[in-house]
Design a protein around this ligand. Structure first.
Ligand SMILES: [Zn+2]
Length: 499
């Protein structure tokens, strides 16, 4: 059995000013064939799983290039075409030796490049043309992606992470690998159906009602004949013609049952629309609440800067919550505050030049886009430097690039040079800040932080600060996304009661 594995993964926020090129992939993950590390990343877990299966089952595994860039704005045409052509050349070389039985693609699924609205669909289509109809093509997807017509047509198996935070990325890698191998062996005949929910929303699975929906999908997959169930949440910051929530069901050798399953689960999602996001506080109210409860808490209070989330493609350099803390916290207090992180490569460079212990004037933050606050000017002490900082996310290592800790007025701030959202407390620990000894931790993440930070905090505040991210589809200036979906219209289905 011969299987080829490769991937290109990132998430494009069409409204972000952070243009993405090859350098960004190289800063996050760019692994030439056979050079991928043994640890999985969010979108490349299938490659690591395949290596283990190849050893165990005697599979002839051909590795191509895998790459991942932290979410940002539009991808340059040259960058996408370079990465695509590398993979297509690798597939061509592989089939010259012998036909491929399977192809596994490590994708995210929300990429948009200059001149390409559906780069992943185009990649799958080109690979299909090379390998022919008999080769099984499977791909893993992030649920914050666009289920385009092309990728659905040319792939046999698509599986997305079910959990948000995506703590199940290794399990999804195992699922896609297992389904591809069993299909090649002829043990199963996957029939894949989709259902368009005609809506867009955000669905954290760490709370109800989404927790129950994910549990129902997991239960569903234990039923005879059900091979995979995935909800494509959609990605509201991607101005894609296919933007929206869609349900995928894969059933063994029966398209009708697959279609029924997709519709049943899709209808459930429609019925819980608008109920899944936690309530959020504005910055001043969030800070006031944190200052009020902080003395009563044994554990640090977390303020999540929900929308200034580099994981959603924005810069992650907003200063609005920090400004509120500086103006509202009592003078001469010994409340310990740590901020992780604010993206500012220029300020990081200056701190590296100054060195640990230096006291320097520094301007940092809020340089990338409007509605993210004002840059902060302070005399700061450089507390720590780390040329290759990283944090963990489950089994994966997430690079933060050269990073520094600065301190002023009782606040410590981590400045980083490779944008990364907050995943786990190791973000602070690896920079020499003990998170449990802090009173307030400010982090930038919509919900991926939850699994890690929930373990060290009894009080999490979701904060809606500024407007770095297009979080209201009703007012977002889409030019390509479908207009006839909820909440852009109240009832695109024509028959559904209000929830
Ligand atoms: Zn995601």
């Amino acid at each position: 059995m011969r299987i080829f594995v490769a991937g290109i993964a990132t998430e494009t926020n069409s409204f972000s000013p952070i243009f993405v090129g090859l350098d960004d992939f190289k800063a996050s993950l760019y692994a030439a064939p056979y050079k991928h590390p043994e640890t999985p990343t969010l979108c490349t877990a299938a490659l690591v799983v395949l290596r283990q299966r190849a050893k165990k089952d005697g599979i002839d595994l051909i590795e191509g290039t895998t790459s991942w860039a932290d979410p940002g704005g539009l991808i340059s045409q040259q960058c996408y075409e370079t990465l695509r052509d590398e993979i297509l050349a690798q597939v061509t070389a592989a089939i010259k030796q012998q036909p491929l039985d399977g192809v596994v693609l490590c994708l995210h699924g929300a990429m948009i490049a200059q001149g390409y609205d559906d780069p992943e669909g185009e990649l799958i289509c080109q690979i299909r043309k090379l390998v022919g109809d008999k080769t099984i093509i499977g791909a893993n997807l992030d649920p914050h992606s666009h289920l385009t017509a092309k990728r659905f047509e040319y792939a046999d198996i698509l599986c997305a992470f079910k959990e948000f935070p995506h703590t199940d990325f290794v399990q999804t890698g195992e699922q896609i690998v297992d389904l591809v191998i069993r299909s090649i062996k002829g043990e199963i005949k996957p029939k894949m159906a989709q259902y368009d929910c005609k809506m867009i929303d955000i669905f954290p699975s760490s709370r109800q009602p989404m927790r129950q929906f994910v549990d129902d999908m997991l239960d569903g997959e234990r039923q005879q004949g059900v091979l995979s169930l995935s909800l494509i949440h959609g990605f509201m910051a991607g101005d894609s013609p296919w933007m929206g929530t869609k349900m995928i069901a894969i059933y063994d050798d029966n398209m009708d049952i697959a279609a029924h399953l997709a519709k049943d689960f899709g209808d459930k999602i429609i019925s819980i629309r608008g109920q899944s996001m936690p309530s959020m506080l504005t910055e001043d109210i969030a800070v006031e609440q944190a200052l009020l409860v902080v003395t009563k808490q044994q554990t640090p209070v977390i303020i999540a800067d929900v929308w200034d989330n580099p994981g959603g493609g924005v810069a992650g350099d907003g200063t609005i919550i920090l400004q509120s803390l500086l103006s509202l916290k009592p003078k001469n207090t010994n409340i310990k505050i740590a901020i992780g992180t604010i993206w500012d490569p220029m300020a990081v460079q200056l701190c590296f030049k100054a060195g640990i212990g230096a006291i320097i004037p520094l301007r940092f933050g809020a340089k990338s886009a409007p509605n993210t606050g004002q840059p902060i000017d302070k005399m700061v002490t450089v507390i720590n430097l780390n040329a290759e900082a990283a944090q963990t996310f489950g089994a994966s290592q997430v690079p933060m690039g050269a990073s520094v800790v600065i301190e002023f007025e009782g606040v410590q701030v981590i400045l980083n040079s490779t944008r990364a959202q907050a995943f786990e407390p190791s973000l602070f620990e690896n920079m020499g800040i003990e998170p449990l000894s802090q009173d307030i931790l400010v982090i930038k993440s919509t919900n991926h932080f939850y699994a890690g930070f929930n373990k060290i905090s009894d009080h999490i505040i979701y904060c809606d600060a500024g407007k770095p991210y297009p979080n209201n589809p009703k007012t977002t200036a889409y030019t390509k996304a479908p207009k006839n979906i909820w909440p852009l219209v109240d009832d695109p289905w024509g028959c559904v009661d209000d929830p």
